[in-house]
Design a protein around this ligand. Structure first.
Ligand code: NZQ
Ligand code: ZN
Length: 382
């Protein structure tokens, strides 16, 4: 195995009723005033907001609120929230919602220590200073609750880009899987597919890292089984917990141990889609780009042994062709898209999409994909 460092400072608590601990978790660390960041209102419908506010009040923590984060979160709201946090002199940030809310909160936390937060997205510089961040997660998908990444769209420049760094890890994240029981199926399955995609981004970098490869195969098969189970039984608390834990493990460092940081081309291809078509959810884009990216490597003869192992261990198939078909069939059975046309994207849109992604330079590590290769992969997704 290669030399590796595993770093994760986030305290994670998962269980029924844990959201009522948020006030004491913040107060015991000496913080008295937070900027609470939230999305479009789901937390008011499912009771999470009331639980959080009672917990903060009991612990003597005051809160200023910033609502309106939307899926595929945007830079303008990040900037507004930074101004509000400065004016109100808060000493910590509290995200209550899904990955978009958490990512917005991270960019705000970092933005309070920078003169122009977008410059950090453009420069790829590691974020080493940010206000402390606390998270109450209501949708398990991105792993943002226990990692140091944030993805935000600059809506004027149509760039969906990211920042990373040690200062972006939440101090504490709480997940009560029972609040995810009321999620629409579309959001649940998006969580399963996003988590699977994170595992696969690492897996395909493998060669002889047996513990990581075996762990990743376990995560993938558990996620597939849990997706099937939740489609039939959405109110099963244990299955919700399994999905929550697997989604966190998929992108908190553990699934990527000694796997060169992952490939991330499929994510780059997806971010191009949701930058130009913000109504497409992140995981819906991945359900289209990932099978196409695997197919690209199959055609190019990349790592045939690893592709065959993936086919066998994850999908119970003899060949990678059959595994790609099985993957698309599984996603379709879950109601997810698998082709660009399912997203309303046509062949004529491919050059524009490819130009957008190529603004990042090349993408991917297993093979660096330039503008021409990016277009080839999109065409495999038609
Ligand atoms: O806005 P509200 O009203 O809260 O509704 C949300 C939103 O409409 C709803 N929702 C959340 N919790 C709910 C709920 N509805 C009912 N009950 C609940 N308990 O779900 C909708 C989607 O939420 P969103 O936060 O957008 O979803 P997700 O968690 O999938 O986040 C996706 C974003 O994260 C980025 C994606 O690109 C995308 O922008 N990613 C972040 C990563 C990271 N930071 O590490 C890595 C990922 O690869 C990804 O790129
Ligand atoms: Zn993702």
């Amino acid at each position: 195995m290669q030399t590796f460092t595993l770093y994760n400072p986030t305290k994670l608590t998962v269980g029924r009723g844990v959201n009522s601990k948020i006030g004491t978790e913040i107060a015991r660390r000496g913080f008295g005033k937070v900027l609470l960041i939230a999305g479009g209102g789901s937390i008011k419908k499912n009771g999470v907001y009331d639980t959080v506010i009672s917990s903060l009040t009991e612990a003597g923590v005051s809160a200023v609120e910033k609502w309106g984060v939307r899926p595929n979160p945007v830079l303008s709201l990040v900037r507004d929230a930074i101004t509000l946090a400065r004016d109100e002199n808060v000493d910590a940030i509290l995200a209550v919602g899904g990955g978009s809310v958490v990512d917005t909160a991270k960019a705000v936390a970092a933005g309070l220590h920078s003169t122009d937060i977008w410059a950090s997205f453009e420069s790829y510089k590691l974020i080493t200073k940010a206000l402390p961040l606390f998270v109450v997660l209501t949708l398990s998908a991105t792993g943002s609750e226990m990692n140091g990444h944030s993805v935000v769209t600059n809506e004027h420049e149509k760039k969906k880009w990211s920042i990373s760094g040690p200062a972006l890890y939440p101090v504490v994240s709480l997940i009560d899987p029972s609040v995810q029981i009321g999620l629409p199926w579309r959001q649940t399955v998006n969580g399963v597919i996003d988590a699977m995609s994170h595992v696969m981004e690492f897996y395909f970098m493998g060669s002889n890292e047996e513990p990581s490869l075996a762990l990743d195969e376990m995560l993938l098969t558990t996620l597939i089984a849990t997706g099937d189970h939740l489609m039939a039984t959405p109110d099963d608390y244990d299955a919700r917990s399994h999905l929550a834990y697997c989604a966190t493990l998929a992108l908190n460092g553990i699934s990527g141990v000694a796997l060169s940081g992952g490939d991330w081309a499929s994510h780059g291809l997806e971010h191009g889609i949701s930058a130009l078509y913000p109504e497409v959810a992140h995981a819906e884009g991945l359900a289209v780009t990932f099978p196409a990216w695997i197919d690209y490597h199959r055609k190019n003869g990349t790592k045939p042994e690893l592709l065959a192992r993936f086919a066998r261990k994850v999908w119970g198939k003899e060949t990678i062709e059959e595994a790609i078909d099985a993957m698309r069939a599984k996603y379709t059975s879950w109601g997810a898209p698998t082709r660009l046309s399912d997203l309303g994207v046509s062949e004529a849109d491919i050059p524009k999409l490819s130009d957008n992604v190529a603004m990042m330079g090349t993408i991917g590590q297993l093979k660096k994909l330039d503008r021409t290769a990016i277009e080839v992969v999109y065409r495999l997704a038609l």
